[in-house]
Design a protein around this ligand. Structure first.
Ligand code: GLY
Length: 529
């Protein structure tokens, strides 16, 4: 089964498994198909994280996060007075990090792939060159970025320009299809060298971007040991730094482990209060301690230690909200954009893959690489552009996540796999910036504590809290007026908002069947056989 953000991408992955491919093969085909059918987040111009659990229980994670170009400096988005130049890290060529996606997919194929590389890239090429029909949501997305496309591209991507895109319109991405053909035929060299590399560098030169041929050639994905944390009879397996996701998720799960939330009930006052208090503490740690482990010594063991986490919860007051400033002051948190995408895959042998991938903002930097037809990320904004100064989402970061040449920017992406009593139990993840971690947290609890089906757990209303700002953000309709009043009387400030996340997940039921949960907040779909 494949669950992803678009039915055509899920189908591409499921078809690969029908042909005998494994979960990693399907993940490659699905991610590349998403780059065509879901271009706001699916990508070859961005980066991502992959968590793998093989049928024998062995674990691995692959970090193919973007990196800062070698010419990047900690002051690159500041003016002469040392103030942040608004927008510079958010859009345009200078906001792009060195893309990691193609290197990550090639690397995962070399280690785990079963089918030929060419067979895995071909479905995306076919979608790009023969075309497909837009969904309403994809049409809305393309309408939304028309002005930005005109603003940030000196060579206009005419194929994306339209007075009004509508559901059912057919679209083809010819340059992207040919860029994918080069990746199919030459693998790494088809992207990081040759015409595509030339196109990226030419695009940089048109807009004062920094990525060079050398940067592209030097990009390497990294295999990293996963974060593994126990929760009752479950094992939570997730992404280590440079994602904050695995550590924060482990902290959240372990913070609530000692409390009877199953008896309290889903989205009940006591449950929400406890979870928000746990989130306050986990996100305070995140803001200070997390960054690229190749540059900053992240105290992984200490942060996920059960005694440390229990001690943090010692100040939990069952009746009153703890003001965030009483938890930790002075260092702010980083928040990423909510345009990212997740795919969950389990093959017929029980191999599982969980990938979250992103361009950062919706449609990334809004720059379409002329001649190669794909969108570049604006991942540089995930760095703390200037310690203490908010980024485009009102968030700021600290020393651990300052810009340095060739460093990876901090992420919240939390591709996760859960085991129950040593067996594969769930594959889960979502887009949503900092809300990723709390959405994954709630989805797991919805199944393991509140006994929801996978689809119910994904569809259920969610809330988010992240230490600063000192507020709770529930989706509209998450809780009734009595619960709202009680939470407010305990000292919580509630800010209702629209949808949070697009969770895509798979549950392995006790009889070994797979149950998909595809988020109704998007076009997300499960495909399987
Ligand atoms: N840009 C979103 C994230 O990495 O968390």
């Amino acid at each position: 089964m494949v669950v992803s953000a678009h039915p055509l991408a899920s189908k591409a992955g499921a078809d690969v498994m029908r042909k005998g491919g494994n979960a990693v093969d399907a993940a490659i085909a699905t991610q590349l198909a998403l780059a065509v059918v879901h271009p706001s987040a699916g990508n070859i111009g961005g980066g991502g994280f992959m968590v793998i659990r093989q049928k024998d229980g062995s674990l691995n994670t692959l970090d193919y996060r973007e990196k800062a170009p070698s010419a990047a400096t900690s002051t690159m988005y500041l003016n002469e007075q040392g103030d942040v130049i608004p927008g510079l890290s958010e859009s345009g060529q200078l906001s792009a990090g060195i893309p990691g996606t193609v290197a990550g997919l090639v690397e995962s194929h070399a280690r785990y792939g079963k089918l030929s590389w060419k067979e895995l890239v071909q479905p995306a090429i076919d979608l790009a060159l023969y075309g497909f029909l837009l969904t309403q949501k994809e049409a809305n997305g393309l309408n939304y970025i028309q002005e930005d496309l005109k603003k940030y591209n000196s060579i206009l991507p005419q194929f994306l320009i339209n007075e009004k895109w509508e559901a059912g319109d057919s679209i083809r991405y010819i340059d992207l299809g040919h860029a994918l053909e080069r990746i199919r035929d030459r693998g790494l060299a088809g992207f990081y060298e040759g015409k595509t590399a030339d196109d990226i560098v030419a695009e940089m030169q048109r807009g004062n971007g920094l990525i060079t041929h050398e940067d592209l050639k030097n990009y390497k994905p990294v295999w990293r040991a996963p974060i593994v944390a126990s929760y009752k009879e479950y094992k939570i397996i997730s992404m280590p730094p440079p994602s904050s996701g695995g550590i924060a998720l482990a902290q959240l799960m372990r913070s609530v482990e000692n409390y009877p939330i199953k008896d309290w009930g889903h989205n009940n006052t006591k449950t929400v209060h406890l979870m928000v208090e746990a989130e306050r503490r986990a996100y305070a740690d995140r803001s200070v301690y997390l960054g690229d482990p190749d540059f900053y010594d992240v105290p992984v063991q200490q942060l996920t230690d059960k005694k440390y986490i229990d001690d943090r919860m010692n100040t939990f007051d069952a009746k009153t909200a703890t003001p965030s400033k009483a938890i930790r002051e002075g260092v702010f948190i980083l928040k990423e954009s909510d345009q990212t995408t997740h795919l969950s895959i389990v093959d017929s042998e029980g191999n599982a893959v969980s990938i979250t991938t992103t361009l950062n903002d919706s449609y990334g930097s809004k720059v379409v690489v002329a001649g190669s037809g794909f969108i570049l990320n604006d991942e540089m904004d995930d760095f703390s552009v200037k310690p203490g100064v908010p980024n485009m989402y009102g968030a700021v970061g600290g020393e651990a996540n300052k810009i340095e040449a060739a460093k990876r920017m901090l992420s919240s992406m939390t591709p996760t796999i859960v085991e129950k009593n040593g067996k594969l139990f769930m594959v889960v993840g979502t887009p949503g910036g900092t809300t990723i971690i709390t959405s994954v947290f709630q989805t797991i609890l919805n199944v393991v504590e509140f006994k929801m089906t996978m689809q119910e757990a994904v569809s259920a209303k969610r809330f988010h809290s992240q230490w600063l700002p000192d507020e709770v953000f529930p989706e509209n309709g998450t809780m009734d007026s009595v619960t709202i009043k009680k939470l407010e009387s305990m000292g919580h400030t509630l800010q209702f908002r629209g949808e949070i996340g697009r969770v895509d997940a798979i549950l392995v039921t006790p009889d070994g069947k797979l149950e998909g949960g595809a988020d109704p907040r998007g076009d997300d779909a499960a495909a399987g056989f």
